[in-house]
Design a protein around this ligand. Structure first.
Ligand SMILES: NC(=O)c1ccc[n+]([C@@H]2O[C@H](COP(=O)([O-])OP(=O)(O)OC[C@H]3O[C@@H](n4cnc5c(N)ncnc54)[C@H](OP(=O)(O)O)[C@@H]3O)[C@@H](O)[C@H]2O)c1
Length: 223
């Protein structure tokens, strides 16, 4: 039984991860801005009122978790994210900045503040996107989303190196094209199918394969 902390757990992929991890007996602590009935039904503990871009909230989260977690933090899943589109013709730089705040800087500040609660054998998982792959970009646009997820990938590689001495393994995982509100519920797979694949990848993560970029289906993705 692992102690798992998931951000953005009130809906979408984060909720499906919370449901499946709780169902197999892991102790799920959900972090969100606002909870949901579905989350209340499964999470062991819910820390609401946390905007991941608010550094004071994230610092406070370390204190809260150190008080409420029964034992060490085994798995941190940085799942909260935002997705917008900007074309060259309609470049909304505030939107781009906001995506960097949520998709890149927040996972880094969460890792910095919560890794002291982790021990050898713990795992840090950043939910990225295939759209953050530079090698895989065949259709352009989405400046803020692509760049913020590519930056998250870069951040994750450094985290894998920096946290290795503590015995913490790090992965960046693409969930697939998933039927959630983020993509208007269009997508190839359900949140449940995505979460099942992500959990398999998390189970396989260790210090020998730390710093990897995987699709939830197990495919290694190019940076
Ligand atoms: N769906 C896909 O096809 C797809 C593909 C590739 C990658 N992803 C990634 O998968 C992750 C989950 O996405 P999803 O599809 O489940 O999207 P979603 O249903 O839109 O859920 C996004 C989650 O992020 C939370 N969030 C956003 N900004 C936040 C903030 N400032 N502070 C705290 N929480 C915040 C949302 O909370 P609120 O309810 O409070 O807004 C919500 O819980 C994201 O990182 C996304 O980039 C998704």
């Amino acid at each position: 039984m692992a102690n798992v902390v998931i951000t953005g757990a009130n809906r979408g992929i984060g909720l499906a991860l919370a449901q499946q991890l709780a169902a197999r007996g892991d102790r799920v602590t959900a972090v969100c801005r606002d909870s949901s009935d579905e989350l209340e039904a499964v999470a062991d503990q819910i820390v609401s009122g946390i905007d991941v871009t608010d550094e004071n909230s994230v610092r406070g989260l370390q204190t809260i978790l150190s008080e409420i977690l029964d034992g060490d933090l085994d798995i941190l899943i940085n799942n909260a994210g935002v997705f917008r589109n900007e074309s060259l013709q309609q470049l909304d730089t505030d939107s781009i900045r906001q995506q960097f705040e949520v998709n890149t800087i927040a996972p880094l500040t969460l890792a910095a503040n919560l890794s002291p609660l982790m021990v050898a054998g713990s795992k840090l998982v950043n939910i990225t996107s295939r759209m953050g792959s530079i090698a895989d970009n065949g259709s352009g646009q989405y400046y803020g989303y692509r760049a913020s997820k590519a930056a998250l990938n870069a951040v994750s590689k450094s985290l894998a190196l920096d946290l290795h001495p503590q015995g913490i393994a790090v992965a960046v995982l693409h969930p697939g094209f998933v039927q959630t509100r983020m993509v208007g519920f269009n997508g190839d797979v359900t949140p449940e199918q995505s979460a099942a694949g992500l959990i398999q990848r998390i189970d396989e993560l260790n210090l020998a394969n730390t710093g990897s970029f995987w699709h939830a289906n197990g495919e290694a993705l190019p940076w």
